[in-house]
Design a protein around this ligand. Structure first.
Ligand SMILES: Cc1cc2nc3c(=O)[nH]c(=O)nc-3n(C[C@H](O)[C@H](O)[C@H](O)COP(=O)(O)OP(=O)(O)OC[C@H]3O[C@@H](n4cnc5c(N)ncnc54)[C@H](O)[C@@H]3O)c2cc1C
Length: 416
């Protein structure tokens, strides 16, 4: 039962302690801007959730420049290329050579979130886990409010702005009055069955596989843990898949003519995720700004979800800094437009990767040959490889790091 009421005041109220909310909180902290972060799950749940794991070059550079890149420099796996496998052969695309030295880093989202929570706690700024009944109101007034219950106390946090970083199923987007958002959506007729296995990765880089039985992806989380995915029907029940059946299908789809295949090990986590493209526009209503999955979802084929969350909040931090320093609302006004340009390019890239590599139910022989011709072109044209490489490692940032008071930093050389 709630017994006390807690009123407080902050500059930016942040709903959600995923990558978007935590990165925004730290960027604001580095610029001397107050925030309160309100999360409805407990700390262990937020950290343990198995999700994304590929960081673009720009996300890595951002985390380093923010002083939260130590973990990823010590434990992240830098990949300078990727393999595309079809017709039983692997073809490597060399990111570093094509993009002038850029790469991706494999570092689990749970590690990113753990590092950011540690950094937040060190700042001593408020972060509430297990907040119940979180609501946002007065969004088009100069003082929007976040209300929630925490350990029996009702809280009212009056804010200058609210950042809705509460993911696809959060409360912020649905709090925007009906009719003000345009929703763009595509659901795909398949999902991904993903596993984590105790097996040393048998390739140093990701392998995307196009196969007659459906798409498969070889990835990893650490030198001891392999992460693998299979295309399955969208409503597939994970109970239908024994561990033996999963391994048989993985090996059937992924083994190449030269004998390469994933190492088999104990499966420690398995689940099925539906695939969807989604954009809600504009990403702002009054003094509420949506960021990350709260505003957009991409199918994971292009590994863009967590990276888009990072690029949104970099733009938002810049806009808020400009407001507090100069009272200018110019960047706040164009926040949504600036973010959506990148979001739509990421949507296009993720859709293209998805339709290039998956078996589409009901596809004709023509569709199949077109897909194979696309793969042939991709793996034999430098222009096509460069196009994939520059999008995969991440397009240039919309705002300079210096505009949020950050200087580029070199990797942390200390040993892990
Ligand atoms: C199952 C799954 C698998 C994925 N796999 C991949 C992948 O392999 N590769 C890839 O690139 N991307 C993947 N993604 C996408 C990627 O994880 C997201 O893009 C990324 O998490 C976005 O970060 P975010 O902070 O915007 O949202 P989230 O990480 O969803 O964080 C939102 C936070 O808000 C909290 N919240 C929700 N509702 C409320 C509320 N009412 N009040 C307070 N807090 C609330 C949530 O608990 C959560 O902590 C996956 C996503 C899912 C769901």
């Amino acid at each position: 039962m709630s017994v006390v009421s807690g009123f407080s005041r902050t500059q930016v109220g942040i709903v959600g302690a995923g990558p978007a909310g935590l990165l925004l909180g730290h960027l604001l902290h580095l610029n001397g801007i107050d925030s309160v972060i309100v999360e409805n799950r407990d700390r262990e749940y937020v950290i343990d959730r198995v999700r994304a794991g590929v960081l673009e070059q720009g996300t890595v550079d951002l985390m380093r420049a923010m002083g939260v890149g130590g973990g990823l420099d010590r434990r992240g796996l830098r990949h300078e290329g990727v393999h595309i496998s079809f017709g039983g052969r692997r073809h490597r695309i060399d990111f570093a050579e094509l993009t002038g030295g850029k790469a991706i880093t494999v570092y689990g989202q749970n590690e990113v979130v753990r590092d950011l929570i540690d950094a937040r706690i060190e700042t001593t700024r408020p972060l509430y886990f297990n907040a119940q009944d979180v609501r946002v109101s007065a969004l088009d007034s100069p003082m929007p409010v976040i209300r929630f219950r925490h350990e029996g106390v009702e809280h009212d946090v009056q804010c200058d702005f609210i950042a809705g970083c509460d993911g696809f199923h959060g409360v912020c987007r649905p709090s925007i009055p009906e009719g003000l958002l345009t929703i763009y959506e595509r659901t795909y007729p398949f999902g991904w069955l993903g596993i984590l296995a105790e097996a040393a990765p048998s390739s140093d880089e990701l392998v995307y596989t196009h196969h007659d039985r459906g798409f498969a992806l070889f990835s990893m989380r650490s030198p001891a843990i392999t992460r693998l995915y299979l295309q399955v029907p969208p409503d597939e029940s994970i109970e239908r898949w024994s561990d033996e059946a999963i391994w048989e299908e993985m090996l059937t789809r992924m083994t190449t003519a030269d004998g390469w295949k994933p190492n088999v090990g104990r499966i420690v986590q398995k689940s099925v995720t539906p695939m969807r493209s989604f954009v809600a526009a504009p990403m702002r209503h009054g003094r509420l700004f949506l960021a990350g999955d709260a505003a957009h979802i991409v199918p994971p084929t292009g590994a863009k979800g967590m990276n888009l969350a990072a690029s949104d909040v970099l733009v938002l931090a810049h806009a808020l800094k400009a407001f507090y320093e100069t009272a200018s609302e110019e960047w706040l006004e164009c926040y949504s437009t600036v973010c959506l340009r990148r979001v739509w390019k990421a949507q296009r890239f993720s859709w293209w990767m998805t339709t290039l590599l998956h078996q589409l139910p009901g596809e004709s022989r023509f569709d199949r040959q077109r897909q194979l011709a696309d793969l042939d072109y991709l793996t034999n044209s430098r222009a096509a490889m460069l196009s994939l490489a520059e999008q995969y490692v991440g397009l240039p940032s919309e705002v300079l790091f210096t505009s949020v008071g950050l200087q580029p930093r070199l990797p942390d050389p200390s040993p892990g």
